[in-house]
Unconditional design. Structure first.
Ligand code: KIV
Length: 272
């Protein structure tokens, strides 16, 4: 690890936006617990997202819809505690911001006040404009999320590419312009064609962070459990595995079990 990664300054929202202006790519990952958050921060990750993907990869649920405010607050608190430098953004869970802007303000405020987050992420386009405006007006940084928005999985019916038809591509492009006008400091573009992500990234002044959206975004994000090879059930095309931790963990646990059963652990040196 480089010393510059160890002695970085805290990334603020203006510093993140400045990276886009300078043409520096932004590296983002998800975290759900203190240990992982600390490691990712030490590695120099720019933005750590407490994703509601925790419902699936941390808690074994089928969708993100089951995530509650209390659960997200817990994950946010433990992740924030582990991070010194990265910008910490937390997902607002399903139904915590869609009912009305007042509830969204109250819930988003809890993530900053009680969770230690630097900002929140909300899914959705034009219908989210009023809420985004209310939050940003009172100083709560908001990240948008367009394209495949997992909280809408029951209406989409599947996790396929969004924005493939020119009609849907135009809707996503328009939504990107509108949420930018409303004040988002950045937006996730999930599973849309590269060309659409390029058009949006050139159009909006805030960093676009892609996941399955090709190389033209200002930054990239992956679910950490996917890129570390902890989640093996399936591998989306856009995921690159940088490690095979599932195998490493299974093998370490099996070695330990065999040592215990054979009486090889603990040794005299490991005993008092
Ligand atoms: O919940 C999540 O992890 C996310 C990322 C995939 C962007 O929203």
């Amino acid at each position: 690890m480089s010393t510059s990664a160890l002695h970085r300054e805290k990334i603020s929202v203006p510093r993140l936006i400045a990276k886009k202006v300078r043409g520096e790519k932004i590296a983002c990952l998800t975290a759900y617990d203190w240990t992982m958050a600390r490691l990712l921060d030490e590695a120099g990750i720019d933005l750590i997202l407490i994703g509601d993907s925790a419902a699936m990869v941390f808690a074994g649920q089928e969708t993100t819809l089951t995530m509650t405010m209390d659960e997200m607050l817990y994950h946010t608190r433990v992740v924030s505690r582990g991070v010194k430098n990265a910008l910490v953004i937390t997902d607002m869970p399903f139904l915590s911001y869609q009912v009305n802007p007042d509830e969204a303000v109250r819930n988003a405020g809890r993530f900053l006040q009680q969770g230690g987050a630097d900002g929140v992420k909300v899914e959705g386009g034009v219908h989210m404009v009023e809420t985004i405006r209310r939050l940003t007006d009172i100083g709560i940084p908001v990240m948008g999320h367009l394209g495949l928005t997992p909280q809408s999985i029951r209406s989409f019916g599947n996790y396929r590419l969004r924005g493939k038809s020119s009609k849907e591509a135009d809707q996503i492009f328009e939504a990107a312009r509108k949420i930018t006008e409303a004040g988002v400091f950045s937006m996730v573009l999930e599973k849309i064609p590269s060309e659409l992500a390029r058009r949006i990234s050139e159009e909006v002044g805030v960093p676009t962070i892609g996941i399955g959206a090709g190389p033209h975004c200002d930054g990239q994000i992956l679910v950490t459990n996917d890129m570390l090879g902890l989640f093996e059930d399936f591998k989306p095309k856009f995921v690159r595995r940088y490690a095979n931790l599932a195998e490493t963990i299974r093998s370490a646990a099996a070695d330990y079990a065999s040592d215990v059963r054979d009486g090889d652990y603990p040794s005299t040196e490991e005993s008092f």
